[in-house]
Design a protein around this ligand. Structure first.
Ligand code: PSU
Ligand code: MN
Length: 309
């Protein structure tokens, strides 16, 4: 019987040799961007990881298998499909049991990465505490996963569709180290700054790899969130974005959107409300995150072979 977890031969070989691998999520393909930008970005991000000396592994659930490492045609197919599910932790067993297909969120991608032995994962933005969570209790499972699964997630912070102060509070409660890269502020996805201070700033991939190695030595099983601000030339003015986000949030409320549909609804409305500017920014930041993640994975693999003192 074939295993539930299927790791591509390239990724399996790379991992067995202790060489660097970067996990990539697929909800950004199935629910985060329109076709064909979703497919083109997913393929471009894989190329960025390779250029930086690591092997990319895009993760998804396909026909009931937890897949680690997709072919270009599988990425194309996921990008074209319109009715694919969005999988977080609670959906995985159902999909496996019923032979379903889904894009994996940050939470689900962390789980698959950990199963396969991949320690570094690049995405755009993580899910977080939604605005109004004091009434709706809408808190992304991504935050709980960061608290329980030892994978390092390289992101551009979180979008201010979310309540960023509450998101940072939950990350603190969950015991998740949040590392600003070249900044001591939590980045707000489209903008480099949120005005929210972080406790930790590191500037180089080697320093971040050292934290991952220490976390592992100490036996701490929590994830690590690396917050890499969007490249300055791609960032969008915070005031303009605040206005568009307010519109998108009001539309979501008026339409009665709840549960797992909230984030995809807001992301797709933002693309329209910014006439594609949010999409261009999203592509730039995920490429930058993929590069940094690959550098961290390379630094981590180098540490493992070179004796440390
Ligand atoms: N935020 C983004 N882009 C995304 C997502 C979030 O800026 O693509 C996706 C990620 O896959 C993330 C998921 O894990 O949405 C969070 O969904 P929810 O809020 O339902 O937990
Ligand atoms: Mn939610």
């Amino acid at each position: 019987m074939q295993s539930d977890l299927v790791v591509s031969s390239e990724v399996a070989g790379q991992l067995a040799a202790g060489r660097p691998v970067v996990a990539l999520e697929s909800t950004i393909i199935t629910h985060g961007m329109p076709f064909p930008a979703n497919r083109d970005t997913a393929l471009a991000v894989e190329a960025v990881v390779r250029e930086a000396g690591a092997v990319p592994a895009t993760l998804a659930v396909i026909d009931g298998r937890l897949r680690v490492g997709l072919s270009a045609s599988e990425i194309d197919d996921l990008g074209r499909r319109t009715s694919v599910a969005k999988a977080s932790r609670r959906d995985l067993a159902l999909l496996v049991a019923t032979g379903g297909t889904a894009g994996t969120t940050v939470a689900a991608t962390m789980i698959l990465a950990a199963m396969a032995g991949i320690e570094v994962f690049a995405t755009g933005g993580i899910g977080g505490v939604h605005r109004g969570a004091e009434l709706t209790w809408d808190v992304s499972a991504d935050l709980m996963e960061l608290g329980r699964t030892p994978v390092t997630v390289v992101s551009a912070g979180a979008k201010s569709i979310l309540d960023l102060p509450k998101t940072l509070e939950v990350l603190e409660t969950q015991g998740v180290p949040v590392i600003g890269v070249g900044t001591a502020e939590f980045p707000a996805f489209f903008s480099r700054d949120s005005g929210l201070a972080l406790d930790h700033r590191l500037d180089r991939a080697e320093e971040i790899a050292a934290v991952i190695a220490a976390q592992r030595r100490l036996g701490l099983k929590t994830g690590i969130l690396v917050a890499n601000p969007i490249p300055a030339d791609a960032s969008l003015p915070a005031a303009v974005m605040a206005e568009r986000i307010a519109t998108a949030l009001a539309e979501a409320e008026a339409a009665g959107i709840t549960g797992k549909a909230v984030t995809p609804f807001l992301l797709s409305r933002l693309v329209s409300l910014t006439e594609g500017a949010s999409l261009t920014a999203n592509i730039a930041l995920i490429r930058a995150n993929a590069r940094l993640a690959a550098e961290i994975a390379v630094a981590l693999a180098t540490r493992m072979v070179a004796p440390t003192i």
